[in-house]
Design a protein around this ligand. Structure first.
Ligand code: FAD
Length: 546
């Protein structure tokens, strides 16, 4: 008789289709205009649900990037090396066009299809999503300076990942990063002290020299960076390549890598500029407006990848519960566990629905739809605040569904948990994002109108949502800084409820409105009101293994 019979542990969670089995994702992709991408997403879903992908994600995080400041002779090297698993994940993502496809593929829904790719890749490793997202986001900002876009867009959108540290003209593809944050200020970039002086004539597209530092600069092996610096005419945005046109290195002194809580597969560096060449994008003094074009796109990706993190939490929690018995029953059949899982699924579905509605707004505004551009303006910070804010609590509860196993690294849940606060911090931290919503409400009336038009379309479908919108309207009129979080939270809940009431299965919409829109709401996941029909909610989320 052996001593080690393993029973009552779930089978490995692998070999499922991460796209096809995600009903909420498939519905969102179809609803928001990217049904044409279904076959490609199914193929990607096979990879991202495979054992191979899962192992690559684990390896890329177990063996994080390494900084080499100098070579053996004392010369500066300023290079970061990565585990091959990271490069493989990058290659799959770039070949799928997750970094840039919509800038070449003009079919309606292209941004939605790309968001679905990001949603899938994030679930095996969120870290490489950072350079993928920044490359996507850099293109529209670069287009503010057409000759620079002309020079770089082909390599940024190429579907070839080429990690070699070479001048871009010798490479098959390029990636982009951004550097705004300095030691003395991240949210308030006007406090930037990095200086830029023109080499000859000043002006858009011209060469400048930068002196200064950046306190956070992620994916430092990217080929180009959009960098904020103070030019004579004010805060300006520069394209800073790692190599100069003559084939020599542009000074880009990597001082240190951050020892981060999570997101470990992705390097985030401190960098110094010492007469570093940069080319002005847009006018001097317009740096904030230019970089915001980039930041808005990465904010969309924060929403998409936090929704993806929630989906991963659900998959793991539901899988465990479906195979683990306690007190004579599978956890899946324990009434209180069913409440917890159903509540987590509600949150994940609402996040996914809002993320993909937002992706459609990006898609339509890229094609010049002014109403969708106005909706995008306000829905981006609203969704960024709320979906990213919900992720850490969601990850913690999903982790707990696995009991002690969830607290152990092998399960992947600690990595998910450590990752979960990040999207709330970068690309605008919570308060800053809420203040941005107030700014939009005050200064851009079209965005406020677009917000209400979105909700007018669902008026009459649920009395709780109607009442909620009435009181939200009053709060909006009285909005001030101290109440901004409450306001933005409620704006997000209204948008999520609107999505679910219009499109979701009735049981899901009912449970969301009953648990999120009334005064008597629970404060932890699983504290659902009595009497809800949660079976259909649970049935949507479970993954079937082959
Ligand atoms: C892993 C990681 C990677 C990063 N990568 C990059 C990168 O590649 N490039 C880059 O440029 N930056 C990067 N960042 C930096 C990130 O964008 C900043 O940390 C973020 O914008 C916040 O800036 P800060 O850290 O200076 O905080 P601060 O601006 O000092 O803010 C601190 C807190 O104060 C709050 N706050 C600020 N202003 C107000 C106000 N007026 N009212 C109320 N509250 C306020 C903020 O919401 C925040 O909670 C990265 C950060 C992390 C963690």
């Amino acid at each position: 008789m052996g001593t080690h019979l393993v029973t009552n542990q779930p089978p490995p969670l692998e070999g499922y289709n991460a796209y096809e089995q995600d009903v909420a994702l498939v519905e969102a992709v179809h609803r928001e205009g990217a049904a044409w991408a279904h076959a490609e997403l199914v193929a990607l879903g096979t990879f991202y649900g495979s054992r191979e992908a899962r192992e690559l994600g684990t390896l890329a995080n177990t063996y994080p990037p390494v900084l080499h400041t100098h070579d053996r002779y004392g010369q500066r090297r300023d290079e970061v090396t990565y585990h091959p698993a990271y490069h493989r994940l990058m290659a799959v993502a770039v070949e799928a066009g997750a970094h840039a496809a919509p800038w070449q593929d003009h079919r309606p829904g292209a941004h939605v299809a790309r968001a679905a790719k990001l949603f899938l890749l994030t679930q095996v490793d969120a870290g490489h999503g950072c350079p993928i997202s920044m490359t996507y986001a850099a293109v529209p900002a670069l287009r503010r300076q057409p000759e620079l876009a002309e020079e770089w867009e082909a390599s940024l959108t190429a579907r070839r990942y080429d990690p070699r540290f070479l001048p871009a003209r010798h490479k098959e593809g390029a990636t982009a990063g951004m550097a705004m944050t300095e030691k003395q200020g991240g949210s308030d970039v006007r406090a930037n002290t990095t200086r830029a002086v023109p080499v000859g004539r000043s002006g858009p597209g011209r060469e400048y020299r930068l002196v200064g530092h950046k306190w956070f600069c992620s994916a430092p092996m990217s080929d180009i960076f959009l960098v904020l610096a103070q030019a004579p005419g004010g805060l300006s945005c520069f394209l800073v390549p790692r190599w100069l046109p003559d084939g020599t290195r542009n000074p880009f002194l990597l001082q240190r890598l951050k020892d981060k809580m999570g997101n470990r597969s992705n390097a985030s560096a401190e960098v110094e500029f010492e007469d570093t060449a940069g080319w002005l994008v847009g006018e001097e003094g317009q740096g904030l407006a230019v970089i915001l074009e980039m930041v808005n796109h990465t904010r969309l990706d924060c929403v998409v990848s936090s929704a993806a993190g929630m989906r991963l939490g659900i998959v793991e929690a539901a899988h465990h519960a479906a195979h683990r018995a306690a007190f004579g029953k599978l956890l899946w059949h324990q009434p209180l566990m069913r409440c917890v899982l159903a509540d987590l699924i509600l949150e994940s579905e609402a996040a996914t629905a809002l993320a993909f509605r937002l992706a459609r707004a990006f898609d339509a505004s890229a094609r010049g739809d002014p109403r969708e551009a106005a909706f995008r303006r306000i829905a981006t910070p609203v969704a960024k605040y709320w979906v990213c804010k919900r992720h850490p609590a969601h990850a913690a509860e999903a982790l707990e569904c696995l009991g002690g196993n969830g607290y152990v690294e092998d399960s992947g849940m600690p990595r998910l948990f450590r990752e979960s606060p990040l999207n709330g911090i970068w690309e605008g931290s919570g308060n800053v994002i809420c203040l941005d919503v107030l700014r939009a409400l005050r200064r851009e009336p079209a965005s406020k109108e677009a917000f209400w038009e979105e909700l007018d379309a669902v008026r009459g479908l649920d009395p709780r949502l109607d009442r909620f919108c009435l009181s939200l309207g009053r709060e909006m009129e009285e909005a001030d800084e101290p109440s901004a979080r409450r306001l933005v939270e409620r704006m997000a809940l209204a948008l999520q409820a609107g999505q679910l009431v219009r499109n979701g299965p009735p049981a899901l919409a009912e449970a969301f409105c009953a648990s999120r829109l009334q005064e008597q709401t629970g404060h932890t996941f699983g504290a659902l009101p009595r009497g809800l029909n949660i079976d259909p909610i649970l049935d949507r989320a479970r993954v079937q293994l082959p």
